[in-house]
Design a protein around this ligand. Structure first.
Ligand code: ADE
Ligand code: ZN
Ligand code: ZN
Length: 307
């Protein structure tokens, strides 16, 4: 049985059909007809239950947990001073806070991704990052705010929560690309295990969920990934900055996520082969994100006196 971190969600918590990867037209067809109440109820439960278990949120918790395993005692003390001793960056309320406030903080809408054109070979701030901000420039910004001991407590708490979340987002390949105005695969409809889905959702949620089937608790899954990280990988993974990480993600999107997904309207269906090919790449990116987040947090809290 799945663990129940979802029980932490407020009762009204639900994820729009779009973020479960359902094509809007499909959703409309189901909701637009007069369906007998009991059937509608059963349908609602069938669709709502998985989201109640927090699908789509695991990736951020996994990244934060891996980072937590690599924090210096100084960073741990600094984080405890900001969040309170009981709080962990790997808590759903911290790692996914930026998604929860997105509807109310409209200025943050563009901060979760950067649309590097499909044909480009690297991130170019002038071309890719709009004045409203993008995931690359926000990582730099919030790292600076977090490191600023003169910034107010509330401002630094927000900076910490944004940073934890955005270092995860920049490692999701489809958060760093756009092909044919598809908003990182959000508009790319595919058949995935016989269901109509969008490619973005497969990468946000489903690949990780399928890799987690033996370890449904994201913390246990993260600790298992962490044990696999070698010293060579630690040295290799911690290199670079947000701009180069976005470039790596963009390359993974081109070479892995979009591979076998042509721009034609009719596309070959995706199933086990796609998961077998892409799942390990997604895991690798989660490990990198965790180590890189740890490095950023360790740097931000350098020289800070613990309480
Ligand atoms: N909205 C527009 N482009 C996006 C992308 N690449 N990833 C996530 N959300 C987006
Ligand atoms: Zn996000
Ligand atoms: Zn996403």
């Amino acid at each position: 049985m799945r663990n129940l971190p979802a029980m932490k969600h407020p009762p009204h918590y639900s994820v729009p059909a779009r973020s479960r990867g359902l094509k809007p037209a499909y959703k409309g067809r189901m909701e637009g007809r007069l369906i007998p109440a009991c059937l509608a109820g059963a349908l609602f439960l069938a669709l709502a239950l998985p989201t109640a278990y927090g699908w789509g949120r695991e990736g951020h918790v996994i990244v934060a947990r891996i980072a937590e395993d690599h924090l210096t005692s100084q960073a741990k003390a600094g984080i405890a001073a900001l969040l309170g001793a009981q709080s962990s960056i790997a808590g759903d309320a911290v790692a996914n806070w930026a998604d929860d406030i997105r509807p109310h903080r409209r200025e943050s809408k563009t901060w979760h991704y950067v649309n590097i054109p499909f044909g480009a070979d690297h991130y170019d701030a002038k071309r890719d990052c709009p004045p409203a901000g993008c995931v690359v420039d926000r990582i730099g910004h919030f790292a600076r705010v977090l490191a600023d001991k003169k910034a107010g407590q509330e401002t630094r708490v927000e900076a910490l929560k944004f940073l934890v979340h955005f270092v995860g987002d920049v490692h999701q390949p489809l958060h760093c690309i756009e092909r044919d105005n598809d908003r990182g695969g959000n508009e790319c409809t595919v058949i995935f295990f016989h269901e109509v889905r969008n490619l973005h959702w497969i990468w946000d949620d489903e690949l990780i969920r399928r890799r987690m089937h033996l370890y449904p608790d994201p913390i246990a899954f993260a600790d298992r990934l962490d044990k696999r990280i070698t010293a060579t990988q630690t040295a290799e993974f911690t290199k670079g900055d947000a701009a180069s990480w976005a470039g790596e993600s963009h390359r993974a999107a081109r070479e892995v996520a979009y591979a076998g997904v042509p721009t034609t309207r009719i596309k070959p269906p995706l199933a086990e082969d796609y998961v077998r090919h892409c799942g390990p790449v997604a895991e690798n990116l989660l490990m990198k994100a965790g180590l890189r987040l740890a490095r950023m947090l360790n740097t931000a809290f350098e020289g800070e006196h613990s309480r």
